[in-house]
Design a protein around this ligand. Structure first.
Ligand SMILES: CC(C)(COP(=O)(O)OP(=O)(O)OC[C@H]1O[C@@H](n2cnc3c(N)ncnc32)[C@H](O)[C@@H]1OP(=O)(O)O)[C@@H](O)C(=O)NCCC(=O)NCCS
Length: 153
């Protein structure tokens, strides 16, 4: 069980307590996002169960999320970051990322990666930069994998 990290700025809270996560809110956003359209709830549940997840809350209601796929020792992949639209532009996304970067399990990682379409400016504030040696990276990318899961056998 990862160390519990919670930061409060009443009425807001950032927490990695899995019991606080509201899967309905998270699924509602992610299944309509540009990066995981149509993600089935069961897939999201498995992803959340296997990740270090941070929720952002307003008076106890979930308004944001970030998921870190990690071995808690050497590597992490930061993904599924969002703040609900009505709460954007007031520093909450920045605070969410700042808080998760402070988690004890993430302090000695050799590499943390992420993929973003347009939020580079947000992550640059935390030391992220474009790939230094992009020619060394490879990927097996299946952007339509959720659609494939709906196909009949
Ligand atoms: C990205 C997101 C989480 C930022 O949340 P937020 O609460 O609005 O962000 P903040 O108010 O803390 O501001 C973020 C900072 O990053 C900057 N930034 C750079 N690119 C940005 C982008 N594409 N979207 C939002 N902020 C961006 C902002 O200008 C701001 O800088 P400033 O503090 O110097 O003004 C939010 O806009 C969101 O949920 N977007 C839709 C989902 C998404 O694209 N997620 C990222 C996937 S990698």
């Amino acid at each position: 069980m990862p160390v519990l990290l919670e930061k409060a700025r009443p009425p807001f809270l950032v927490s990695n307590d899995p019991a606080k996560l509201d899967l309905e809110v998270i699924h509602g956003f992610l299944s309509n996002s540009y990066w995981s359209p149509g993600i089935p709830l069961a897939v999201l549940q498995r992803a959340v169960a296997g990740s270090l997840c941070f929720g952002l809350y307003h008076n106890g209601s979930q308004i944001g999320f970030a998921r870190i796929v990690t071995d808690h020792a050497t590597f992490a992949y930061l993904c599924d970051v969002f703040v609900l639209e009505e709460y954007r532009g007031r520093g909450l996304g920045h605070w969410l990322i700042q808080t998760l970067t402070e988690h004890p399990d993430l302090q000695a990682l050799r590499r943390t990666i992420l993929v973003t379409r347009d939020a580079h400016g947000l992550y640059e504030k935390f030391g992220f930069c474009p790939l230094v040696r992009p020619e060394g990276y490879m990927e097996l990318h299946r952007p339509n994998v959720c659609e494939a899961q709906h196909l009949p056998e």
